[in-house]
Design a protein around this ligand. Sequence first.
Ligand SMILES: Cc1cc2nc3c(=O)[nH]c(=O)nc-3n(C[C@H](O)[C@H](O)[C@H](O)COP(=O)(O)OP(=O)(O)OC[C@H]3O[C@@H](n4cnc5c(N)ncnc54)[C@H](O)[C@@H]3O)c2cc1C
Length: 429
Amino acid sequence: MTKKWESWNKNIVHNIEHIYYPTTEVELAEKVQHSKSIRVVGNGQSSSDIAAGTTAIISLEKYCAVTNVDRDQYKITIEAGSSLKGLLEAIQHEGWTLPALPDIDTITVGGALATATHGTGHDARILAQYMIACRFVNADGTVAEYTEFSEEFDAIRVSLGVLGIFSTVTFRCEPLWNLQLEERPMKDRDWLKSYLSMLDNHRFLRILWLPHTNYGYVITGDIADSPSKQIEIPWYVKYRRSLSAKLYRRTVKKPRFTVTANKIIQKLFFNHSQNKFGSLYDATVTKSRGSTLELAEWIVSLDRFEALFHDLKDALNDLSNDAYAHIPMDIRFLRNDKSWLSYAYGQDCVSIGCVSRIAEVADQYEAFAVIETVFRRHGGRPHWAKRHKMAGDEFSELYPKWNNFIALREKLDPSGKFLNAYLTKLLGL
Ligand SMILES: Cc1cc2nc3c(=O)[nH]c(=O)nc-3n(C[C@H](O)[C@H](O)[C@H](O)COP(=O)(O)OP(=O)(O)OC[C@H]3O[C@@H](n4cnc5c(N)ncnc54)[C@H](O)[C@@H]3O)c2cc1C
């Protein structure tokens, strides 16, 4: 019987004939071995069509246990179907932390690794950089073991589910520390003058840019033993998401109303200072959202950020288009690494997110198209899990190891068992 698989915001829908829920590695490997075409899905929270799209799919939601904790070396091993929440609670329970975290904990460990999911900070890396070993189910159903010293490791860390399937994953953590976060509004011209010194001087830096208002909301964080005096925040701040959703509903018919909506939201909700104290997980990761949304995100090298930013601001303020962007647009910072398909491959970089708060009309949201044009001009790399139109050879100019990745995929999965239509086009096959 035909069933449906839907992404979390229902923008991607596929018919499926079989969905398997393995509970052991042996079951997982058997399903892969006996399928001609199969994909593994996480929690379906990607905006691009990289999860399902084959008639048989595997969900690892019942394969999510912690299998080993090495207390001497701060190492934890977990089955890849675990939510990030499951992983981070287990890590925190040990009195440990990972050094950088994304702003969401409902995604799976496998989904986060496969798409180079990342956080932000002075020395932040993509999550996959904190993985030090894994067991990996190959297309023929055999299981490979990799460590950070394996030749292939930098290829499989970020591999979009096309090289194989993460079975268990080991992360190296560090002893828990707490952050004192300070948040405040800053005019664009002011934070642009100081973001580099803030990046140097603070462990955590995130700028929620508020397009069409000339403001950003700057969040810095430093390791601290105890909280500083708490600042009172206005009582109505808790209504931000519900009021924003109401205002942005009106922008569907009148995109230009976004300018007014952003100014109202900025004045009410991003115009005060605030502070928070807690672990990186407790103080910076969003645990629940009242509604869905649709996302694009682009990454440029740190040294091109300012030129890009001015260009982006001009394009979004250009009255000849309808590119009005909902707020906030998330600006985050990453250190360079060597994972072949990491946004940070070979470059310290900056990511900028773009959000449509009304997911079902995301196709008409002109800001996505306009920011793509601007980022392309500046050598931007699109987030694998988010909206963009890049494909094939375009990536070989952006990723020095692109052709090596394509060749390795052909070697590991010659029959294309792990491909769907979207990935076939994305990889230029
Ligand atoms: C509200 C929201 C906030 C977000 N915040 C951030 C953020 O802070 N930083 C950031 O970088 N991104 C962020 N994202 C993007 C998000 O991290 C990715 O979309 C992530 O891949 C979603 O995980 P998932 O479990 O839903 O995976 P899915 O969307 O279901 O799958 C994503 C990919 O992972 C593959 N995959 C899943 N499991 C495995 C496995 N075991 N082995 C191999 N491949 C596997 C799938 O095949 C697919 O290719 C956010 C998205 C949303 C909706």
